[in-house]
Design a protein around this ligand. Structure first.
Ligand code: NAD
Length: 515
């Protein structure tokens, strides 16, 4: 099994073998770290410390932003297909280090191996997508109302893109943003989660010599600022950050959005979810069961798209609950480095405490814990925060069900008619992911129609989690309204200029105005 000591050389993290403070690094565009409060490097597998890393302060943020701003002024002039070529090379590089990087994600975020490899695969996939996109940054040509005039729009590079990311996707969220930002002609400054700084460092190091070996790429194109809330605040407040893409809790999004709005900047928010699946009487229960268990218990309940509410028709509720209980009892919980483990640890003991508080609140609000919920110390590295995923029957959608608890708790609610189920699903403040399990075309169309699910993602006979990069990813309401990754999400990373071109010898005014 991998440890940091065995992985470090392959990922350029050798200093960690000595458990020393991280030295000032010489990554292109990476700031140097003076003495501020160190970030502990902790693995959730056993909550053991692996050393410390010194975070950036105001001076380093200033340096990183100034360098990124300078890099942008050069990079925006490089033709987009050439920018795509850099991203193609980055994708090739990631392919050759997929397993080592995934192993580091497992060590630092606690994901099981196949999910960690899936996360790196998302980086590879978004590279491929971005390479194609680099030849398709298209604008429209519109009919002008004036003779010998032409109207067109162009999409131009935007500036420095700031990326704040959460611990649970320590590499993929940055990659979705950074690979698109690069082909769109922008530079990037990344402030990763303080809980997963090594993944960020490894990802940055992986691309550093690719960038350095690409003649057209200026230094400072991909910057890294390690730190916590304060580093994120500085990024949000700085006018040089043309777009701030922030992924994390609703609480963080509210703070960041207000700071960015106060300077009339742009933000792209990917915040918390409280995702539901509706199971109708016509559902294929075998298929639904698989989607529900992976959605609710996978990643130990720590995905923004984790299934948190199951809204099931009363005619199938008992049968489904019995099958869910059996499936949950068979889940293998333990060290995520072991190949047969399905559920790894929570990120830390604070998350375990939050889970216990939520379960206590659910019981006080009339709920019954049907399965799981307790901490696990047998057969696991017993200093980690391991839990049995919980199934909780609720009599109604009470206050605790409206909250996103970032842990594997699935609240089960019953319904009689589909209107009631959809209303229940939409009643929460978050609007990220949703699903219906049904073989009835009318139910399906109602669910995905204009009066159906109000979420950014509405799936049919597929669970709430595990989105592909080809679609635009994001959610409504408190989830923040941002869209990342596929479809036309690239537009957020560019500015649109409308050009009116008069190729005649007179100057007619629009709307027939005489002057
Ligand atoms: P978090 O909000 O605690 O932290 C996320 C990031 O924001 C970190 O880098 C943190 O340092 C930074 N941050 C926190 N407060 C800040 C502030 N006031 N100003 C600037 N930066 C600040 O979230 P977390 O615990 O790391 O991740 C879990 C949360 O993220 C969940 O709510 C989950 O649903 C959400 N999430 C959403 C998506 C999505 O795409 N919608 C994806 C992953 C995670």
């Amino acid at each position: 099994m991998h440890t940091l000591a065995t992985l470090a050389p392959a990922l350029g993290l050798t200093a960690l073998q000595r458990g020393e403070q991280w030295p000032a690094a010489s990554i292109a565009g990476q700031a140097h770290y003076p003495a501020h409060i160190p970030l502990p490097l902790v693995s959730p597998i056993d909550c053991a410390g692996h050393g410390e890393l010194l975070p950036a302060g105001p001076a380093e943020t200033e340096l990183a932003l100034a360098t990124a701003q300078q890099a942008f002024t050069q990079w925006r002039l490089v033709p987009a297909p050439q920018r795509g070529e850099l991203v193609r090379r980055i994708g090739d590089r990631v392919r050759t280090h997929k397993h080592e990087l995934a192993a580091l994600i497992t060590l630092e975020a606690g994901k099981i191996i196949s999910e960690a490899e899936g996360e790196v695969q998302e980086w590879i996939d978004i590279c491929d997508f971005a390479v194609g996109l680099s030849r398709q940054l298209c604008g429209l040509t519109m009919a002008s109302e004036r003779a010998q005039h032409r109207l067109q729009e162009q999409w131009h590079p935007l500036g420095v893109v700031g990326v704040i990311s959460a611990f649970n996707f320590p590499v993929a969220v940055w990659a979705w943003n950074a690979m698109l930002a690069l082909v769109c002609g922008n530079s990037v400054v990344w402030k990763p989660s303080e809980k997963t700084p090594l993944c960020a460092l490894a990802a940055t190091r992986l691309v550093q010599d690719v960038v350095a070996g690409f003649d057209a790429a200026p230094a400072g194109l991909l910057g890294l600022l390690q730190g916590g809330t304060e580093a994120g605040r500085q990024l949000a407040a700085d006018r040089r950050v043309a777009l701030l893409s922030a992924t994390g809790s609703v609480r963080m999004g509210r703070a960041v959005a207000q700071t960015v709005a106060a300077r009339l900047g742009r933000s792209l928010l990917e915040l918390g979810g409280n995702n539901a699946a509706i199971v109708t009487p016509s559902a294929d229960l075998d298929l639904a069961l698989r989607g529900i268990v992976f959605g609710a218990a996978g990643t130990c309940g720590q995905r923004c798209t984790t299934l948190r509410r199951l809204i099931v028709h009363e005619s199938v509720a008992d049968a489904l609950l019995a099958r869910l209980q059996a499936a949950y009892a068979s889940l293998r919980i333990g060290d995520p480095r072991l190949p047969d483990t399905l559920i790894g640890p929570l990120i830390d003991h604070a998350a375990l405490q939050q889970m216990q508080l939520a379960l206590t609140a659910a019981e006080a609000q009339g709920g019954t814990v049907r399965q799981g919920g307790g901490g696990i110390t047998q057969g696991v590295p017993n200093t980690g925060a391991y839990v049995a995923p919980a199934l909780v029957s609720m009599p109604a959608q009470t206050a605790i069900v409206h909250e996103e608890t970032f842990a594997p708790i699935l609240y089960i609610l019953r319904y009689r008619d589909l209107d009631e189920a959809i209303a229940m699903q939409n009643a929460v403040s978050q609007g990220l992911s949703s699903a219906i399990f049904s073989n009835d075309v009318r139910e399906v169309e109602q669910f995905i129609g204009p009066a159906g699910s109000d979420c950014g993602l509405a799936n049919v006979n597929a669970g709430t989690s595990g989105a592909e990069i080809g679609g635009a990813f994001g959610g409504e309401k408190d989830t923040g309204g941002g869209r990342e990754s596929g479809s036309d999400a690239w537009r957020a990373y560019m500015r649109r200029a409308t050009n009116t071109i008069n190729y005649g010898s007179t100057l007619p005014l629009a709307q027939g105005v005489k002057f």
